[in-house]
Design a protein around this ligand. Structure first.
Ligand SMILES: C[S@@+](CC[C@H](N)C(=O)[O-])C[C@H]1O[C@@H](n2cnc3c(N)ncnc32)[C@H](O)[C@@H]1O
Length: 345
């Protein structure tokens, strides 16, 4: 039953308690609870299977049930006689044997954001750079590609990218020959998904040399080495090739020191009439929408990375010679809502 009134402090109490829920989920992931609860178990059975403290296991499962991470039998009333099992989403994303498992990525986000947040008052008082974000280089991006970005691409980004591409004219016909560049493609799963969906597509993943080594292994695993290659380099200073029909670039331009220069370079790399698809978060004008973006990007912004205001990237595209710039919002990409920009040379 919805409550008729809410105290003005309720949102702040909710903020204070959110870490308890986050740690409940973290504990369940770390203890391997979800793999066991792929089939229904009482708390006592689960505690027995994993050698856990039975009364506290009961309390944790009830918390996870209240968070809709678990379901339980409704027939019996007592929490300790209930049988708990994973919801469909928990099975898909938080069970290690699922192809879409991204529990490690979620734990990484939790720990990195929390670690950053503990440094916030010092950063505001004294400036400086927060760990662990201060050392972004090819080696660190390669680790990210192997771990959290790899899991998030497989679980979330691949599907979201395909749904964007259904709107892009030359991609919709699967047999049209297309040369693709996945710029800053990390582990390469987006290029792999696009190649699997479009028989006529071939192309390459560009990223730091250490990072494209991860993409190369994934491309080999997907048996696509005859259609996809990798090029290692620095987007800021190195050649990204040319003659592309399509350039996909998601959550990469935040990291380049001169966005306008990068957009000119991308323009020059496309064939005449080529399409640029750029997906990244922007800051919306209304507080309630901005709140879905700003906390995720505060660590990066405090490192001097750029997150544009909504509409700014579209304007920059027009200012750097792009035509037919379309933009829409999407919230099926990892973490925060993004803007999808589709532009032509
Ligand atoms: C946040 S990740 C996004 C990865 C992928 N596009 C996605 O959406 O999942 C940013 C990527 O940009 C790459 N990157 C950042 N700066 C770069 C640069 N100067 N040269 C090459 N790659 C760069 C990183 O290595 C990383 O793979």
């Amino acid at each position: 039953m919805p409550f008729a009134t809410q105290h003005v402090l309720q949102p702040y109490w909710d903020l204070a308690v959110a870490p308890v829920q986050a740690d409940g989920l973290a504990a369940a992931l770390e203890l391997g609870i979800f793999e066991v609860l792929a089939t229904p178990h009482t708390p006592a059975q689960l505690a027995d299977t994993l050698a856990l403290h039975a009364p506290h296991t009961t309390l944790l499962l009830e918390l996870l049930w209240s968070m809709q991470v678990l379901e339980r039998d409704t027939a019996t009333a007592e929490a300790d006689t209930q049988r708990y099992r994973c919801t469909a989403a928990t099975l898909q994303y938080f069970c290690r044997n699922s192809v879409a498992f991204c529990g490690d990525a979620w734990l990484y986000r939790l720990h990195a954001l929390r670690h950053f947040a503990t440094q916030l008052s010092t950063l505001v008082r004294e400036g400086g750079k927060a760990a662990p974000y201060s050392t972004a280089n090819g080696v660190n991006w390669a680790v990210a590609a192997q771990q959290q970005i790899g899991q998030e691409q497989r679980a979330v980004t691949m599907r979201a990218a395909l749904s964007v591409m259904q709107r892009v004219a030359p991609f919709a016909d699967a047999n049209t020959p297309l040369r693709l560049l996945d710029l800053g493609g990390g582990p390469g799963w987006v290029a792999i998904a696009l190649a699997q969906a479009h028989a006529g597509l071939h192309g390459c993943v560009f990223d730091w040399p250490e990072t494209v080594a991860v993409a190369a292994a994934n491309i080999a695993h997907a048996q696509l080495t005859d259609r996809l290659e990798t090029v290692g380099g620095d987007l800021d200073g190195d050649d990204i090739g040319n003659g592309y029909d399509l350039i996909w670039c998601s959550s990469v331009l935040h990291f380049v020191p001169d966005m306008a220069a990068a957009l000119r370079k991308i323009h020059a790399a496309l064939k005449p009439g080529g399409v640029f698809v750029c997906v990244q978060a922007e800051i919306a004008p209304a507080a309630v929408d901005a709140a879905r973006v700003l906390p995720y990007y505060l660590p990066m912004r405090m490192l001097g990375r750029t997150v544009t205001r909504q509409g700014e990237l579209a304007q920059l595209l027009r200012d750097t010679g792009w035509r037919q710039v379309e933009q829409y919002g999407a919230s099926d990409f990892p973490m925060a809502p993004v803007q999808v920009l589709i532009a032509r040379t």
